[in-house]
Design a protein around this ligand. Structure first.
Ligand code: GDP
Ligand code: MN
Length: 380
């Protein structure tokens, strides 16, 4: 689960990390009132669950309350990477000399919490990671003792903080970030930028926290921060229909029953030279209605150039799924080519139903994946 910046900021502040104040506004007039209270230049920031808001025009400075109102009017309602801005954070604007990057992530490779820092923080951090990987410092926290003091200090030195006082403050922030990460069962806790002010002190200007949904039951206070209005439409629909859906960057939509089969399907698509557009598990005993919803969700992604159905009928009956596909295609007009590999319970009945449709049949998963890859390239 993603937290909004202001929620993440409040969480990190509870661990003693220095953050900027300010408040959240849903109207331009509210933004103005907050700016009046702050009584100086402010920064108005879109609260949406995407990165790169700054580059997308979702972060703007305002010198006066009137300007804050005007800037908030521009940002509220703005569409950033498919999400509509419903709220802005109005915080005191800070002048600074440098931007640092600092985060804690779960590193599956080393099975540790990895602390990552860079002297070259700010909006270009992804570019830095690509073109100058040596500018990114990584230190794994001790698996049972946590982030040790000497590790936090080493992180500071390795990003070039040589002043004793500054390195100490950085080490305190890194340790606090580590604790916030572990105690809230996060999968990411990030500060970018952590700025160095003229007096040498550090301040977190932007916070990002992702929480592990499987552990939310242990944190009712954090679970209560969930903002359904901020969820992409497709994910909300999937959650309500009890479908597990994760959007990816490829162009082959996948509809599969069972998480393991869905993972295998993505692997075989990749093996065949394609890229999956999503992970989607319709679950066991998927009804016609559910199949229809799943197909609508898959096709709502404009990148999808082909769809692969990979259904293994056990509890799920293949003919029921076939009826769902046919019902969905009647209601969702589309020219996207579709490949179906349906096997298992009632497969003959299912295949007979689909023989009438435009679906491209496949007998095996390998054949299905190859046909889907070809179809996505316009070669079928
Ligand atoms: P992101 O683009 O979604 O990561 O949003 P950020 O909150 O990190 O803001 C993007 C950029 O806006 C930062 O890297 C800063 O350069 C700038 N920015 C944000 N807050 C302030 C501020 O208070 N003062 C100044 N001068 N710049 C800011
Ligand atoms: Mn940022």
């Amino acid at each position: 689960m993603k937290l909004h910046e202001y929620q993440a900021r409040d969480l990190l502040a509870r661990y003693g990390i220095p953050v900027t104040g300010g408040g959240v506004a849903v109207t331009p007039a509210e933004a103005r009132a907050i700016a009046e209270q702050i009584g100086g230049p402010v920064v108005v920031k879109a609260q949406v669950h995407v990165g790169g808001r700054g580059k997308a025009g979702g972060v703007k400075l305002a010198q006066t309350p009137a300007e804050a109102e005007q800037v908030a009017r521009q940002i509220l309602g703005m569409n950033i990477k498919g999400l509509t801005v419903e709220k802005v954070l109005v915080a005191e604007a800070v002048s600074y000399e440098r931007e640092i990057y600092l985060s804690a992530i779960l590193d599956r490779g080393s099975k540790r919490v990895m602390m990552i820092a860079s002297a070259e923080g700010g909006v270009e951090i992804e570019e830095v990671a690509k073109t100058k990987p040596e500018a990114i410092v990584k230190i794994p926290a001790h698996p049972t003792m946590g982030l040790l003091d000497f590790q936090a200090r080493e992180l500071a030195f390795r990003i070039g903080l040589r002043d004793g006082k500054q390195a100490r403050q950085f080490a305190q922030i890194a340790s606090a970030l580590y604790r916030a990460f572990v105690e809230s069962d996060a999968s990411l806790a990030e500060i970018n930028p952590l700025v160095v002010k003229a007096d040498g002190s550090l301040l977190a200007l932007d916070s990002k926290v992702l929480l592990d949904e499987s552990a939310l039951f242990r944190h009712p206070d954090l679970a209560a921060l969930h903002d359904p209005s901020a969820e992409p439409e497709a994910e909300r629909r999937a959650r309500e229909a009890n479908i597990t859906y994760i959007k990816l960057d490829g162009n082959i939509g996948c509809m599969v029953n069972g998480a393991g089969l869905a993972m295998a399907t993505m692997d075989v698509i990749k093996l065949s030279g394609g890229e999956p557009a999503n992970f989607l598990d319709i679950g066991g005993g998927a009804s016609k209605e559910k199949v229809k919803t799943a197909l609508q969700i898959i096709l709502s992604d404009p990148n999808v150039k082909a769809v692969l159905f990979n259904i293994f009928g056990g509890i799920t009956r293949v003919d029921e799924v076939a009826r769902g596909i046919i019902a969905a295609l009647e209601e969702v007009p589309t020219n996207v080519p579709m490949v179906a590999r349906l096997v298992g319970t009632n497969e003959e009945a299912g295949r007979a139903l689909l023989a009438e449709s435009k679906l491209i049949p496949a007998a095996t998963l390998a054949e299905g994946a190859q046909k889907a890859v070809a179809a996505a390239r316009g070669e079928l």
